[in-house]
Design a protein around this ligand. Structure first.
Ligand code: 3IO
Length: 346
């Protein structure tokens, strides 16, 4: 254009060439490192701050450390790769290498492990998670034969988080509450109107006024910010929700033995870590909700809790019938889970 810019042109070209060279080197270096690293995708359905995603990041971090960077885990929280409903089939088909499922979303698919959706009286996520892993490890049920199970864990016992105070079982009559699987069945038996959906669909249902509240563990108050709209918490300590972290079988089979050993070495430890994290986080979440949103925590009278427990006993018989129909030795499994509960639930 004019002479003032002419001398700048060659310098600009040289700078550009230098930048290109630097870029090439910068790309090559991590490129070379990456070529040696094995990257696996890990899909999760709920939002990143929730405990299934917190445990996912912890597991990914441990895998990186224990494989000295040989394995990189690319995490996808918040249904960005697979959602709650297509997680199971998506991992089997290989759309994600690893995925996290809530067993309650697939009724009938887990005839043995769904024993953990029954009202067995677990009082913590830690005890339920450890028992879940130990039952699985001892029995290796057929229902998980199409995947590799990396770890298992459970939510904390479930409680009612509601727009209205629930101070007696009678008040549940006809009340629309979100739950899933065993928790939905429990609500139905207690007279409520369960609306079954995955956790990840619940904020929208609440916003649309389709439900009055939810039955799940109290971590929801903080992690889904439900304390803002659901001011009344009724302590019921009902069922837990069991989860499984599953891996595509072909991807698993193709892993080097040392990597397999790292994954297998993490299974029981990860179950316990997740349970302990969640139990502590439930307490934090309640404290936060009290301070920030002034929630009310309602304790039901002992007689009401006993009545609920007595009514829910039919769930266990119904589970036994369904399990036996699919060839599960239901009585032996139940006895084993109860022994595991005694061992872990102090
Ligand atoms: C759960 C599910 C996703 C995110 C956080 C959570 N805390 C407790 C649960 C269990 C539950 O309600 C479910 O649907 O699996």
């Amino acid at each position: 254009m004019n002479a003032r810019f002419l001398p700048a042109a060659p310098a600009g070209k040289a700078a550009l060439a230098l930048a290109a060279a630097l870029l090439a080197v910068a790309c090559l270096l991590p490129g070379a490192a990456r070529a040696q690293a094995l990257t696996l995708s890990y899909a999760n359905f709920p939002p990143a701050p929730t405990f299934p995603c917190v445990q996912m990041e912890r597991w990914a971090q441990e895998v990186r450390a224990r494989t000295q960077g040989k394995v990189e885990i690319q995490t996808y929280p918040g249904s960005t790769l697979l959602g709650a409903k297509n997680m199971w089939s998506g991992v089997i088909q290989g759309q994600a290498d690893i995925g996290c499922i809530s067993m309650a979303y697939q009724p009938g698919v887990f005839p043995m492990m769904s024993v953990f959706e029954q009202p067995l009286g677990f009082s913590s996520a830690t005890a339920a998670s450890m028992a879940l892993w130990e039952l699985y490890a001892a029995r290796r049920p057929e229902e998980f034969a199409r995947v590799k199970v990396l770890t298992l864990f459970a939510s904390a016992p479930s409680n009612i988080m509601c727009k209205e105070p629930v101070t007696s079982l009678a008040q549940l009559k006809g009340m629309e509450l979100r739950a899933s699987g065993g928790a939905s069945l429990a609500l139905e038996i207690l007279g409520a109107t369960p609306v079954s959906m995955p956790a990840s669909e619940t904020p929208e249902a609440l916003q649309k006024g389709l439900i009055k509240g939810v039955l799940s563990s109290f971590d929801w108050l903080k992690d889904f910010n439900f304390a803002e709209h659901l001011k009344y918490q009724t302590v019921t300590n009902l069922v837990v929700y069991p989860f499984a972290v599953i891996m595509n079988l072909d991807k698993w089979n193709a892993l080097p033995d040392d990597v397999k050993a790292v994954f297998d070495g993490l299974s029981a430890e990860q179950a316990e870590w997740t349970g302990r994290y969640l139990d502590a986080h439930v307490r934090e979440s309640l404290d936060w909700a009290r301070e920030k949103h002034g929630i009310e925590v309602i304790e039901l009278p002992r007689a009401e809790l006993d009545k609920a427990e007595a009514e829910l006993a039919v769930m266990i018989d119904a589970w036994k019938e369904r399990a036996e129909a699919k060839g599960v030795p239901a009585d032996a499994v139940l006895a084993e889970v109860r022994a595991l509960r005694q061992k872990h639930d102090k």
